[in-house]
Design a protein around this ligand. Structure first.
Ligand code: SF4
Ligand code: SF4
Length: 198
């Protein structure tokens, strides 16, 4: 003989409404987590992948970023220029000059490979993300626009205490000290000459 179902508990009239109100009251007193964008800008982590910025001075047109981009959305044009020898009897050199650098953000999948592979620190992530366009063609950012994004790139994080100073900073400091010493020497010499004339 099949078992009979357990008797259902009698429903208290209005209990569903009371439960709903309890939930409403509970959430009303909690701190809100909704950000009122665009009136309030979101606080993004410093390594957010918003847009790619180009520091043109560092780019040697090695083409590595364009070759490694899985979406083929980096467009680079360049030409070669001959640089005359700096010393008598020296050899001329040739260097690449950048004519065009563009990234099509309608194709980009924000993988960051181009930034990782650039051997000369010419590409950086910026957390800026407000560049939606109504015309898809406008999503191809040419070099001037990519350079403008550099202003939105956050400063690199501070070094750990006791970390070795990067060699670029050490070299820049050495050059600055040398120039300072040179300037001081020139000023001293000028002063001596002026005193001699008196
Ligand atoms: S982030 Fe990735 S997809 Fe976008 S340009 Fe760089 S390599 Fe290409
Ligand atoms: S990898 Fe870097 S240096 Fe080479 S072309 Fe790209 S941005 Fe320029």
């Amino acid at each position: 003989m099949p078992a009979s179902p357990p008797p259902s508990r009698p429903r208290i009239p209005g209990s569903g409404l009371a439960k709903g109100l309890a939930v409403t009251l509970r959430t009303m007193t909690r701190k809100t987590v909704t950000a009122q964008y665009p009136d309030v800008q979101p606080e993004l982590p410093p390594r957010s992948r918003g847009v790619i910025a180009l520091f043109e001075e560092n780019c040697t047109v090695c083409m590595l970023c364009a070759r490694e981009c899985p979406d083929w959305c980096i467009y680079i044009d360049s030409h070669k220029e001959t640089v005359p020898a700096t010393t008598p009897g020296g050899r001329e050199r040739s260097r690449n000059v950048l004519d065009r650098f563009a990234i099509d953000f309608s194709l980009c999948m924000y993988c960051g490979i181009c930034i990782e592979v650039c051997p000369f620190d010419a590409l950086f992530w910026s957390p800026e993300f407000e560049y939606a366009e109504t015309d898809i063609l406008e999503l191809t950012h040419e070099r001037d626009k990519l350079r403008e994004w550099m202003w939105t790139v956050p400063e690199p994080p501070a070094l750990d205490p006791g970390a070795e100073e990067p060699k670029e900073i050490a070299a820049a400091r050495k050059t600055a000290e040398k120039l300072e010493a040179q300037r001081a020497q020139e000023a001293q010499q000028n002063q001596k000459e002026a005193e001699g004339e008196e």
